[in-house]
Design a protein around this ligand. Sequence first.
Ligand SMILES: C[S@@+](CC[C@H](N)C(=O)[O-])C[C@H]1O[C@@H](n2cnc3c(N)ncnc32)[C@H](O)[C@@H]1O
Length: 256
Amino acid sequence: MTDWNPAQYLAFADERTRPARDLLAHVPLIAARRVYDLGCGPGNSTAVLVARFPQAHVTGIDNSPAMLEAARLACPGADFAFGDLSIWLPQDPPDLLFSNATFQWVPRHIEVLEHLAATLHEGGVLAVQMPDNLDEPSHRLMRQVAEDGLWAWKLREAAVARDLLPPVATYYDRLQPLFRRLDIWHVIYNHPLEGVEGIVAWLGSTGLRPFLAPLDEREREAFLAQYARRLAEAYPLQRDGKVLLRFPRLFMVGIR
Ligand SMILES: C[S@@+](CC[C@H](N)C(=O)[O-])C[C@H]1O[C@@H](n2cnc3c(N)ncnc32)[C@H](O)[C@@H]1O
């Protein structure tokens, strides 16, 4: 797949950073020395961590060179390093392992989170937010368009780039033994966007990437046109001409 596009991703910086702020609001640490932002992207979530813990050594980890380059420019108060989260572990025991909108891309992520939790100090915190939106029309329709077109053979892998999140009960049973306290909850955001084009623009830099990457330019245009037509049926215009993108997200905070 092609690399992430930080500028396109940050077109919705405020909406994308809001769950990071909401997650951090539930982290009960007064101070921290060692903080990691796992899947730091262009540094938007890292900047939130630096502002909350100005004395801490904050490191952003990501496996996208483009995202890391953007993060280094945007957030000089932290340092950044390349790492694949499916195998990455911190060298020194952290006070906070924080991750906003990343582990949904990491296969077998519960197992990965188990290993990460074991590295925390006593009293250390694992805080994770993941989109839980694969059953929303925005994502069901991209899978349908993929299956219905002549491009179906090219897009066989696209729908499995991200697995459906396991049930909350599974996270709880697997992770609870590692924590003194584990809190898991959902929040549903409703983002007013500029018509279905806004939904396409939002997902173009995230969920649509595995579907667009295998297509050539003409196929991409045709795919997006079909996708937009189907979106228009699922997301009616509000009185102000906008559409509401319903966006459920799963939050977890574990205290070691
Ligand atoms: C949706 S962005 C989240 C960025 C930022 N944390 C935020 O709050 O908006 C997901 C990031 O996870 C990174 N990522 C995905 N899979 C990864 C992996 N296996 N290892 C490291 N980073 C990964 C991507 O490169 C991307 O920058």
